[in-house]
Design a protein around this ligand. Structure first.
Ligand code: UT7
Length: 340
């Protein structure tokens, strides 16, 4: 019997699994601290730290774009995987802040790294984008159509943040993270994934203008409708509920117990959200890799950057099982268990 559509199990028998064989990340040089924010909006380091766990975040230069950041992260991931850009057959860039409405950011990354054999597209699932992208790559790789994919999360949140709105501006940062996904038969790979969405709650976290429903006009720009608007408290509740449920379902459908997970790499929006998920999963925060204090919420880039850092510092080692879990606008959510 087929599993329900939101529970995706790796087909048994083929032995072919989609593994992450290299990761890379990039954070812009410029750092904006909570003290810097206290100079431009009515806030304090104490409020931001207590409510979010964020101390600082990296912000891109004016002339630096998601594709620029993605290109650096992609090159680093290719190097770690020990492959050339020509080997990449598919590029998926998860982003809600693309360089352009079109062409897609994936094509710009392709040109930047010279992945001339790849087809490229963007995927918009907000903060869940990397988990969605990884699952799309897994399906292509395990179906046998693609041998090597590049999945990126790349965001310039600073281009859509209203720096006069203290409720949102302190939360976000810029950056990019990349993963090379390849078919292997050595036991590594994605063990199980759960994805979900609820479009009835789209208004709770939204960039209203700039799309075809509300094209940019002088009025929409004056009213800052092309910037992020969020009902923070509501989003918080849904994030905790859906992330903890998705994490549990991903463990279940991958046949893993929480005790087997060496490291949880969650979407890094708010330390309090992560603490609530840890409590619901019945584990301590020490089981989680955290960088929210240094990066803020980088939307789709949060998980791949954290994953790359966790591997680089030895928190994730060969043989480890990792659980990633995300939640974002849409609403969208997802969780996946990966064997390294
Ligand atoms: O990436 C995926 C989606 N995003 C998230 O997961 C974010 C989810 N939401 C959150 O993380 C939290 O709701 C926030 C961090 C955004 C806000 O924390 P909160 O504990 O929910 O605060 P609140 O919105 O209920 O605001 C509490 C108070 C309000 O003042 P009053 O009405 O109680 O007088 C706000 O005006 O804090 C005030 N406030 C601030 N004060 C100082 C809001 N932002 C700030 C600020 N500095 N930056």
């Amino acid at each position: 019997m087929n599993p329900p559509p939101h529970k995706i199990q790796v087909p048994e028998g083929s032995g072919l699994r989609a593994a992450i064989t290299g990761t890379g990340s990039y954070l812009p040089e410029r750092v904006m601290t909570n003290a810097d924010f206290a100079k431009i909006v009515e806030t304090t380091d104490e409020w931001i730290m207590t409510r979010t766990g964020i101390r600082e975040r990296h912000l891109a230069r004016v002339d630096e774009t998601p594709s620029d950041m993605g290109i650096v992260a992609a090159r680093r991931a290719l190097e770690k995987a020990g492959i050339s850009a020509e080997a990449v057959e598919m590029i998926i860039v998860a982003t809600l802040s693309p360089d352009y409405a079109f062409p897609n950011t994936g094509c710009l990354v392709q040109a930047g790294i010279g992945a001339k054999n790849a087809f490229c597209f963007d995927l918009e699932a907000a903060c869940s984008g990397f988990v969605y992208g990884l699952e799309m790559a897994r399906r292509c790789v395990e179906a046998g159509g693609i041998r090597t994919a590049l999945v990126l999360g790349a965001e310039k949140m600073s281009s859509i943040v209203d720096y006069t709105d203290r409720q949102t501006c302190v939360l976000f940062g810029d950056g990019a993270g990349a993963a090379i996904v390849q078919g292997v038969r050595d036991g590594r790979g994605v063990l199980g994934t759960v994805l979900g969405s609820d479009g009835t709650l789209a208004d709770l976290l939204i960039q209203k203008a700039g799309g075809s429903r509300m094209p940019a006009t002088e009025e929409t720009v004056r009213q800052k409708m092309h910037m992020i608007r969020m009902s923070g408290r509501e989003v918080f509740k849904h994030a905790v509920l859906n992330m903890s449920q998705a994490a549990k379902k991903a463990l279940e459908c991958s046949g893993c117990a929480m005790e087997e997970i060496a490291c949880v790499v969650p979407h890094q929006a708010n330390l309090r959200i992560i603490e609530a998920i840890a409590a619901r999963l019945g584990v301590g925060l020490d089981r989680f890799y955290l960088n929210v204090e240094r990066t803020g919420n980088m939307s789709s880039a949060s998980i791949p950057v954290a994953l790359d850092e966790a591997i680089a510092c030895g928190r994730v080692k060969p043989g480890d099982k990792v659980l990633t879990v995300a939640f974002g606008s849409g609403f969208t959510w997802g969780a996946t268990v990966i064997q390294f």
